[in-house]
Design a protein around this ligand. Structure first.
Ligand SMILES: Cc1ncc(COP(=O)(O)O)c(C=O)c1O
Length: 461
């Protein structure tokens, strides 16, 4: 198996290490997946934040199969299809009236990439040809294609592909746990932290030149930044700044929409509505590659004209608006509504974080347990007093992840963080099972880490 595994590449992983202990999945049911050797794991990450409706879901599988027999492909360059139109109506029906056009794609990166292109073209076609820059946050992830990588904010994921496209400017991550302002930042009030981050954004806009900026893209909760829930008022503040300076606001809701945070959209939770919304992942429950860019009527209007005006959107992808993906998307959205899974995400997410906070009581390395709905992160610290991180070489989060996997739970981790985002269909007892396994994994790893056993600080990140 190791030799065979080494003939492929999984995302972001060093294949030498992966091939030593490969994970080769073969089937799934509910919140669990089973590998080729018959070992079963709780899917604590819903695939990658996709499989909100669980695995082996017959309703979604049947929707896809029926559409495969009916029409599997409709060329997106010269046709749309009935399923795509139904899906567009359904998505717009979930949103306020100001949204008017949905362009369907097949993956999250296609959505963010094209949202940025739409923003630039919009500015050109509305008399602001000088606006081309895109603002985004450090530590953010917006996908693996060219402009999406350029908007991303982790050096490790950018450096191998540099030079990246020009015109991308980064803002500080609006992290309430680690603001860069003061030696003891957590003594600032949350309102002051929010105001300080917004001042930094405004200063960046002014120094870059407002007339050069096309759009600001952000996840409402920044998963790759460390499940950063921005301070209250931050997103509303971004909305105000974008309005003031003529900048389009794009929400990358690839992870956060369709119930994940306990609402249809994060925009709804925060009552802050962007000009463009990117959707993906949970939109199809992970049963088909499906994503979308939703535009307000104002954003869409300049793309409507005579063919000789050349104002149409000049780009596309072969599998965009694929009828099978759309049929599955319709079934997924119907189930999310029928089973009120957003409300379940709120309740189960609170239960999960309460359980993790009980573990925190015996493991001070749990610096912060945070999240919304069923998107939860635990930030690990060597010293809870100073919030200093463990040295990266200790790989604390990764060791917890490996111990959890040995005990039958898949989660995502880096050296300073781990993330849980199980399917929204999860039951209370299954949440407790996750908490139990995380607790055991931490009991196995953390007592052996020097700082936690009382030797104090161990150095920076
Ligand atoms: C916030 C966010 N945006 C965009 C993407 C890119 O989506 P995809 O991997 O489907 O291209 C991801 C993927 O994880 C993501 O987390």
């Amino acid at each position: 198996m190791q030799d065979r595994v080494a003939r492929t590449m999984v995302d972001f992983a060093q294949m030498k290490a992966f091939a030593e202990e490969p994970l080769v999945l073969a089937s799934g049911r509910g919140i669990r997946v089973t590998d080729v050797d018959g070992r079963t794991f709780i899917d604590g990450l819903s695939g990658t934040f996709c499989a909100s409706l669980g695995h082996g879901n017959d309703r979604l599988a049947d929707a896809g199969a029926a559409q495969l027999h009916r029409l599997a492909m409709a060329a997106p360059t010269m046709a749309t299809n009935d399923r795509a139109l139904e899906l567009v109506d359904t998505v717009l029906g979930l949103l306020p009236d100001r949204y008017g056009v949905v362009k369907l794609f097949s993956g999250g990166s296609e959505a963010t990439e094209n949202a940025m292109k739409i923003a630039r073209q919009y500015q050109k076609q509305t008399g602001s040809a000088g606006r081309y820059k895109i603002l985004s946050h450090y530590r953010a992830y917006h996908g693996g294609t060219g402009h999406a990588v350029a908007a991303g904010g982790w050096p490790t994921w950018r450096a191998p592909y540099e030079p990246l496209a020009g015109g991308f400017v980064h803002l500080h991550t609006p992290d309430p746990y680690r603001p860069p302002f003061d030696a003891a930042p957590w003594r600032m009030s949350p309102e002051d932290v929010c105001a300080a981050y917004l001042r930094l954004v405004e200063e960046t806009i002014e120094l870059e030149g407002p007339g050069t900026i096309a759009a600001l893209i952000t996840e409402p909760v920044l998963m790759s930044a460390g499940v950063v829930v921005p301070p209250d008022g931050y997103l509303a503040g971004l909305r105000r700044l974008c309005d003031r300076y003529g900048i389009l606001l794009i929400f990358d809701e690839i992870i956060t929409a369709f119930g994940r945070l306990g609402a249809g959209f994060a925009a709804e939770l925060y009552d802050t509505w962007p000009d463009i919304i990117c959707l993906g992942k949970g939109m199809s429950g992970g049963y088909a590659p499906l994503s979308a860019v939703v535009m307000t009527k104002d954003v869409a209007r300049p793309f409507w004209g005579d063919p000789r005006d050349l104002v149409q959107f000049h780009s596309g992808h072969t599998y965009g608006a694929n009828p099978v993906a759309c049929a599955i998307g319709l079934a997924a959205i119907a189930q999310l509504r029928d089973d009120d899974l957003a409300a379940r995400a709120t309740a189960r997410g609170e239960r999960l974080r309460a359980g993790l906070r009980e573990i925190a009581a015996r493991h001070p390395a749990f610096g912060d347990v945070r999240g919304l709905g069923l998107l939860t992160g635990v930030e690990l610290v060597a010293d809870p007093g100073t919030r200093e991180r463990f040295p990266a070489a200790l790989e604390v989060g990764v060791r917890i992840r490996d111990e959890a996997r040995r005990r039958g739970l898949l989660l995502r981790a880096s050296h300073w963080m781990f993330v849980l985002a199980p399917p929204l269909i999860i039951g209370d007892d299954e949440v407790d099972e996750i908490v139990g396994i995380v607790g055991e994994a931490c009991d196995a790893v953390l007592p052996g880490i020097p700082a936690v056993t009382g030797t104090g600080r161990t150095g920076g990140a």
